[in-house]
Design a protein around this ligand. Structure first.
Ligand code: HEM
Length: 397
């Protein structure tokens, strides 16, 4: 198949709207090669879903981002189990799962609701606010801090550190100095928290990770810190973007917006359709450990490969009328928004729970809202899709 399609995840036009480029890739170059940036990209749902499950021919060991700057400082970057292959990945994930259980997440529900209200109520009172700065950008990090047992007095500071860690400059392969310093400060904070919990354990996740054991095997202090750091990197910005994307797309589709507002049970459909239609993590990277023959070309051993999640979710080969934002589609096909296979998102249930609680609260308190599209600003990022600023005007019930 020959095509003149050019795709770069660093292209600002792609950040504004990647979907036309994805459509061309799926149709004209499903096994796409970018010589200049030295990567391959897969855009069809069938390929992305299959290769997420293929942990033999694809490795996470060189990280899951095309941009090497996207992850924190040395040791904690390499020890993050997202960037490890099995069996090392499986050992760490199994130990962490002893502490990070579905039950622990369920038990957190009342606190998640309190945290949502804590940020949402003053914003709604004001009538006009920035949905990102005043709510969606604060709430997920506070939930993570709650889970870990970070005292309330420290949470504003941790949120600021996490924001700085995630601040990156596109196409620049060095981690910005401020981000590096913030990473070290975050690691320093968690080191102190661990020491404190070792002295006097409580019922938080940090204490549970210290106690986690399988056949005498335990997590080292560095491994626990690497995981705490991974939660901040993987579970904070992604959830922020999901919430604001939901509010944005519902505003642009008034017929769909009406559904959760007239029946709060439909909030779940709102979340699932947003995860499909415009998901926060648009792509992940892998490295091929051997030649991978596919329909449309062969990816050679050693190649960097992008799995274009955002494109897979809009593939007409998998979803009927995929460019329509439609809350009535009830999971015909499994989404790849949380990945798949051995690295399937460990926080998917937490992300869905947070979103359900926050958006149910929003539709319960708000009669109607409008987004100020002229002042809304997207983040420019190679793999994260969502808003840096989303000004809204609400009419409360
Ligand atoms: C992995 C997406 C929220 C923790 C992943 C992966 C994706 C993803 C696509 C797979 C990456 C890969 O295979 O390379 C998302 C999205 C979220 C979200 C879209 C929100 C809408 C969260 C939350 C947490 C979390 C709230 C925890 C607090 C993790 C962890 C992994 C992961 C620990 C690594 C799993 C492993 O390597 O075994 N996530 N995530 N995520 N996510 Fe999430």
């Amino acid at each position: 198949m020959s095509s003149d399609v050019v795709f770069s995840p660093y292209d600002y036009a792609v950040h504004d709207d990647p979907y036309p480029a994805y459509a061309r890739l799926r149709d004209e170059a499903p096994v796409y090669r970018n010589d200049e940036l030295d990567f391959w990209a897969l855009s069809r749902h069938a390929d992305v879903a299959a290769l997420f499950r293929d942990n033999t021919r694809l490795s996470n060991a060189n990280g899951v981002s095309l941009d090497p700057a996207a992850w924190g400082p040395g040791a904690h970057r390499t020890m993050s189990f997202l960037a490890l292959d099995d069996p090392r990945h499986n050992r760490l994930r199994s130990l962490v799962s002893r502490g990070f259980t579905p039950r622990r997440v369920r038990d957190l529900q009342p606190r998640i609701l309190e945290l949502a209200r804590h940020h949402l109520l003053p914003a709604l009172e004001a009538g006009e606010f920035d949905f990102v700065a005043d709510f969606a950008g604060k709430f997920p990090m506070d939930v993570i801090s709650e889970l870990m047992g970070v005292p309330e007095a420290d949470r504003d500071r941790l949120r600021e550190l996490a924001d700085t860690v995630m601040h990156r400059e596109e196409g620049v392969s060095d981690v910005p100095r401020a981000a590096m310093e913030a990473s070290l400060n975050l690691v320093g904070y968690y080191t102190d928290l661990l020491a404190e919990r070792r002295r006097s354990p409580t019922d938080d996740l940090t204490s549970a990770l210290l106690a986690a054991e399988i056949d005498g095997d335990r997590l080292s202090e560095e491994e626990i810190i690497a995981f705490l750091f991974l939660m901040v990197v993987a579970g904070n910005e992604t959830t922020t973007k999901l919430l604001a994307n939901a509010v944005h797309w519902a505003h642009l589709n008034p017929g769909e917006q009406a559904k959760p507002f007239s029946d709060p049970e439909r909030v779940t459909d709102w979340i699932e359709e947003t995860l499909r239609y415009d998901t926060s993590t648009q792509m992940v990277a892998r490295t091929a450990t051997e030649d991978i023959p596919l329909d449309g070309g062969t990816i050679p051993e050693g190649a960097r490969v992008l799995l274009l999640v955002g494109s897979a979710n809009r593939d007409p080969r998998a979803f009927a009328d995929p460019d329509r934002y439609d809350l009535d589609r009830r999971g015909e096909i499994p989404l790849v928004s949380f990945g798949g296979g051995t690295h399937f998102c460990l926080g998917a249930h937490l992300a869905r729970l947070e979103a359900r609680i926050a958006l149910t609260e929003f539709v319960g308190l708000v009669n109607s809202y409008e987004v100020d599209l002229d002042r809304a600003r997207r983040v420019h990022s190679s793999n994260v899709r969502g808003f840096a600023t989303l000004p809204v005007r609400v009419e409360s019930r």
